[in-house]
Design a protein around this ligand. Sequence first.
Ligand code: EPU
Length: 445
Amino acid sequence: MECFEIKGQHKLKGMVSISGAKNAAVAIIPAAIAAEGVSVIENLPSIEDVTCLMRSLENLGAKCTLSDETTLIIDARKVNSCMAVDESVRKIRASYYLMGALLGRFGHAEVALPGGCNFGERPIDQHLKGFRMMGARIDASDDRVIKLDVNGRLHGANIYLDVASVGATINIMIAAVRAKGKTVIENAAKEPHIVDTANFLNMLGANIKGAGTDVIRIQGVDRLHGGEYTIIPDQIEAGTYMICGAITGGDITVKNLIPKHMDSLSAKLEEMGCRIIEGDDYIRVISDGRLYPTNIKTMVYPGFPTDLQPQITALLSIADGRSRVIENVWETRYQYIEELRKFGVNVEVTGREAVIVGTKELVGARVSATDLRAGAAMVIAALAAKGTSIISNVRFIDRGYANIEEKLRSLGAEIRRIKKDEMNENIISVSLPDGVPVSAAGRKV
Ligand code: EPU
């Protein structure tokens, strides 16, 4: 239970470098065990989810060595178990990729049901439909573990996804690389980390074509070998820092990103009055602090990403007027709104729609990160707010943002981590702008 203490209203300035993409890393690490080889994966983000997956792979018999903070060597030759049911598996959502990897290579997998951020129902029926169409028998009678089996090898199939699911696209692709024959995934998702996972698997000897379009064709191969691969930069981390620059009236350069991945956000920030300057691998965001309202609809890539929805909602809270956000991907991704309101954000949610009426100034608050991106939204609001904010549950933020406090500090933010042993009510007595103490619920008393 660590917290962040943030003293707001510093204009962020300078340069911040983006780490490797979380959602690519959490697919590529499990995908590595589809091969009987040694994979060297570079540009990994230093985040909890990566550590967790390393532990899961080790429990299956793989040898995982971090040669430095961002390079992981996975020796998958000695994988000797198909049972991924330990605590590290349960902790994170992406453990479901172990199903595709184990099933494709060994014809058998027992995988604990995925955990991860809880913002409503997160079904995996499309993953299972794909495996079934490739010949797998699935036993989901135990509500904690899914068992998958095939006689011999999976076979190719034509699979039409009812929803363009990122997870199902990647999981089916990982399983299909070792299947007998050709698999076609239609209505595939197109996110950058899908292309990255396909490129990684192709580097191991797979034959995947069309990743990044809505039809992916995979010709199964008998064996995969090892190799070296560098993960792409994190689109969502980059977007989060761009929004941090915009909300503080700052001038920041977000480096080591792929500008094309940021198009939907850059366009919105420009509409809101920010100046955006793009280079080959950077985007500079300049804001004079005056922001116009706008409307956002989250969509699958290349649309506006749902994983930036809480952060942009925080930004819209100080725009000069009324904005609308429509969440099209996750039915209930507004669970953080109650917390955001504690900063003085004026927002009403009805179903998938949030209406935000901009306010002149946010005030420091004591809030809790309810999930990863919600936590990022709290940080963004706190950076803009007058006074001090305390954000608890930062373990959620640590799941997806490498070295966030160092990165923000380097841009001029006043942020510190309050460690477990420092945590007591004295520290939590935050002083709000007018010196009024804050109650346990984060409101002025
Ligand atoms: N869906 C189904 N059936 C399925 C799978 C998905 O109905 O079998 C529905 C979901 O309920 C949802 C929609 O399809 O409404 C999209 O879900 P998707 O499968 O694309 O999401 P995911 O693979 O579980 C990944 C990211 C999420 C991100 C979504 C959407 C990982 C590990 N997670 O989740 O990232 O929100 O894609 O882009 O890649 C995050 O990073 O904070 C995060 C939550």
